[in-house]
Design a protein around this ligand. Structure first.
Ligand code: ADP
Ligand code: MG
Length: 589
């Protein structure tokens, strides 16, 4: 591009704009060449308090010099991009002054990740260039452009940022290599789970507890009991890259393997059961080195199930768990705007199976008691004919034997599950013990005398077709208005989607992507025939092929989508299922 303006022209424009009304900033839109790269001003905010302007910094690889082996596979590229976003973020804190006027004036930000490593749009690495996508508050005093301040940011701070955050010779190279190697190891280990007959793995030495209920950072090492596998469940997984060790690097990692089937986690209150389960929930994603869970590996399609009373349910066949409702109400196509604890949990299981969950994760702390158990005495008092619920206890084996779906269940409160468990792990003082044999013996010497309550066999799940006309992303005069208000709240048009019961979303940018993915799916893939499972399949294929940029309907015209992180199919489906306006039609094969 021979006639691309440079920093000189940008300075001239800013000198001209100085003192003018804020709207005049729009003149900046365009691309500018600077000594080591290109600055793209894609979208200029309307006023100093509006969402900040979107700016990209692109550097050719002959300047950035990122080593090809760090991005020549999909996993490595995701890891390197994630690593660079973190370093640009750090460089922002070191080189950017910050506030330079009113509102968001002077703000410079990049959407870097938290404890998990996710595919995200903040940094893009290609064989030809690397690009960082920033949010920048163009400075103003009142509504008057501060041209000098803008010049300091655009012509001073941003080029310095590129120098610090995107050029390999200025980056901590060993840390970068280890970051990519660590993420690759985690995916390499995940790929071994299936043929080893496992659904999860927790490396010895892992640190599972978090700093606090409000933080995802690790509890300081000196306060945490490191994980140690019982001998009987110990397995060793190969790694793709040597792991830095005390004396010499490890080439394989040992830890506790959780086998397929029904696994029960028991133990006294406060002994670390839920902490272990939560680590498994979030280890469907890779973790950053130093997180403590970086070698905790869960099958990608493991889904946390919890009770969620008040949620909406649309046309779900919950009859395997709940039937014979009072007054003959059908449960083969059950809908409600206000589910109970047990019906919500039943619906969430059936919905998870519908889109391919292979492992269910349940915690007694967040389950409905009447959904989980019904003991002999209660069976004697309330006959089955008057109890709609078939407890999970009576389905959990069938789930595995008929549908191949494993369960990991935290249950300190009922020994009835001993009869149906393949593996029983006891947590004591934050350490796991294999108590399977003992639990079997106890199950034999203390029979529960309860009778199994299956009325109908568990069949493969019903498929549902979402009806595209039941989705409306518009709000006011905007045709598409979708906001991630919090990790667990999307505003889709005028409809809030409550995701508090969807516990495996780990990043606000995933939540945002979920909101836009629903819109993308209605526009491109829902035709009144495709099932929900087919729709999320197509969304995933679309992400694989085109990345996440296309999620933003305006990105070509107006701005770069620098703040998406990739969600799983399970969370996209979960959000659709919770949309209060959604309509589905059941389809029988
Ligand atoms: P349970 O579910 O068995 O009642 P939790 O998992 O909720 O127990 O753990 C209770 C407390 O112990 C939590 O505050 C948690 O952070 C802490 N904790 C869990 N595991 C460990 C560990 N390995 N080391 C230190 N503290 C831990
Ligand atoms: Mg608990």
């Amino acid at each position: 591009m021979p006639d691309m303006p440079g920093m000189h022209e940008l300075r001239q424009t800013l000198a001209r704009l100085d003192g003018k009304g804020y709207k005049a900033y729009k003149d900046l839109q365009g691309a500018y060449e600077f000594d080591i790269g290109t600055l793209f001003i894609d979208h200029v905010q309307g006023d100093p308090f509006a969402a900040p302007s979107r700016i990209r910094l692109r550097v050719p690889q002959h300047v950035a010099n990122l080593p090809e082996p760090l991005f020549n596979t999909a996993t490595r590229r995701v890891a390197l991009q994630d690593f660079l976003a973190r370093w640009v973020d750090r460089a922002i804190r070191d080189t950017v002054q910050g506030r330079r006027g009113m509102g968001k004036s002077g703000l410079v930000a990049i959407d870097a990740g938290g404890q998990e490593v996710l595919q995200r749009t903040a940094v893009v690495v290609t064989p030809r260039w690397v690009e960082a996508r920033l949010h920048v508050g163009l400075p103003a005093s009142g509504r008057t452009i501060l041209g000098r301040q803008a010049e300091a940011i655009l012509c001073g701070e941003l080029p310095r940022l590129v120098e610090r955050g995107l050029r390999w010779h200025n980056l901590p190279q060993e840390e970068g290599e280890q970051f990519v190697a660590c993420v690759e190891n985690q995916e390499f280990m995940r790929a071994q789970l299936e043929k080893r007959g496992l659904v999860a793995f927790i490396a010895n030495g892992s640190l599972l507890p978090r700093e606090s209920g409000a933080s995802t950072r690790p509890l300081p090492r000196e306060q945490a009991v490191p994980f140690q596998s019982p001998e009987s469940l110990r397995v060793t997984l190969a790694v793709a890259n040597p792991v830095p060790g005390h004396t010499e690097p490890y080439t394989a990692i040992s830890g506790m393997g959780i086998p397929r089937g029904v696994t029960l986690m028991v133990g006294g209150g406060y002994h670390g059961k839920s902490t272990l389960l939560q680590a498994l929930e979030h280890s469907v994603y890779p973790h950053i080195p130093g997180d403590g869970r970086e070698y905790v590996i869960t099958t990608r399609s493991a889904v946390k199930i919890r009770a969620e009373d008040g949620r909406r349910v649309e046309q779900v066949n919950i009859s395997p768990f709940i039937s014979n409702l009072p007054y003959g109400r059908s449960t083969t196509a059950f809908s409600t705007d206000d589910a109970s604890g047990s019906t919500s949990q039943a619906a969430s299981i059936v919905e998870a199976l519908e889109v391919g969950a292979k492992v269910l994760l349940l915690d007694e702390d967040t389950s409905a008691t009447n959904f989980m158990v019904r003991d002999a005495r209660m069976q004697a008092l309330v006959q089955k004919a008057h109890e709609p619920i078939t407890p999970f206890l009576d389905r959990v084996r069938e789930l595995y034997e008929t549908l191949g779906v494993s369960t990991i269940l935290v249950m300190g409160g009922s020994g009835d599950y001993f009869d149906v468990a393949d593996t029983v792990i006891m947590m004591r003082d934050y350490l796991p013990y294999d108590v399977t044999t003992e639990a079997r013996r106890i199950a034999q010497s203390y029979p529960t005398r309860r009778s199994a309550e299956r009325t109908i066999p568990l069949e493969s799940v019903t498929r549902r077709t979402p009806l595209p006309e039941s989705f409306d992303p518009s709000r006011g005069r905007r045709e598409v208005k979708i906001d991630a208000r919090a990790l667990d709240l999307v505003l889709f048009g005028n409809d809030p989607i409550d995701l508090r019961g969807v516990e495996q979303i780990v990043d606000l940018s995933q939540t945002r992507a979920i909101g836009y993915a629903i819109h993308l799916a209605t526009e491109k893939f829902m035709d009144g025939r495709a099932t929900l499972n087919e729709v999320v399949d197509m969304v995933e294929q679309f992400f694989d092929r085109h990345g996440l940029d296309e999620l933003d309907p305006f990105h070509r015209k107006e701005h770069h989508p620098g703040n998406f992180a990739r969600p799983r199919r399970h969370e996209i489906a979960a959000a659709i299922n919770r949309l209060r306006t959604v309509q589905m039609r059941q389809r029988y094969e």
